[in-house]
Design a protein around this ligand. Structure first.
Ligand code: AR6
Length: 183
């Protein structure tokens, strides 16, 4: 179990995994940050697929996720989730972020993705404090993996050095807690 979550420094668009998660917005029509990078790397077919999903389903609410192909990306699938916008912490932001991780993992499992890469959802333009977000990410992912065989491997991908350190620390704390927890 403990080796099934790893923190990695890098660009999510370059990873040879079954599925990557996009930190999207409710319109699903692209944006800046990791969303912009994924759309650029995947090519225009991704936007067309997202437009079609949006036309069918409307806005994607916070904490929900939808899936498309990866098109020109090395990843086969892109799971688009919407994290919460940080509004001070009293607006269910923690629950929304946990739900975004959970929904993404559920779709990965449904599409039989053995390997999944997830960015630090909501910690860029959406302003979620990075340390709190990292703790929620590790807890949400581990809770899911405890009850599910797929995905086998989850990578938390950090684009900047600060996020990398913070997420490594959060994973380290969680592993230490597991080591001392009673059976
Ligand atoms: N690979 C991995 N992580 C990345 C990459 C990359 N190529 N590029 C940026 N990040 P953000 P949010 C990191 O702002 O806070 C968009 O406009 C980045 O350093 O991409 O959920 C959407 O359309 C940060 O740690 O997503 C929405 O409108 C993390 O990804 C809004 O931004 C998330 O930052 C979503 O905001």
């Amino acid at each position: 179990m403990k080796n099934r979550i790893r923190v990695m420094h890098g660009d999510i668009t370059r990873l040879q995994v079954d599925a990557i998660v996009n930190a999207a917005n409710p319109s699903l029509l692209g944006g800046g940050g990791v969303d912009g990078a994924i759309h650029r790397a995947a090519g225009p077919s991704l936007l067309a697929a997202c437009q079609q999903l949006h036309a069918q389903q409307g806005d994607c609410p916070t904490g929900h996720a939808v899936i498309t192909q990866g098109y020109k990306l090395p990843a086969k699938w892109v799971i688009h989730t919407v994290g919460p916008v940080w509004q001070g912490g009293e607006h269910q932001e923690a629950q929304g972020l946990a739900a975004a991780y959970r929904s993404s993992l559920q779709l990965a499992q449904q599409y039989q993705a053995a390997s999944l890469a997830i960015p630090a959802i909501s910690t860029g333009a959406y302003g979620f404090p990075k340390a709190q977000a990292a703790t929620i990410a590790v807890q949400s992912i581990s809770a899911f993996l405890q009850h599910n065989a797929l995905p086998q491997q989850v990578w938390l991908i950090c684009f900047d050095e600060e996020s990398f350190t913070i997420n490594q620390q959060a994973l380290g704390r969680w592993l230490a807690q597991q080591a001392t927890a009673p059976e």
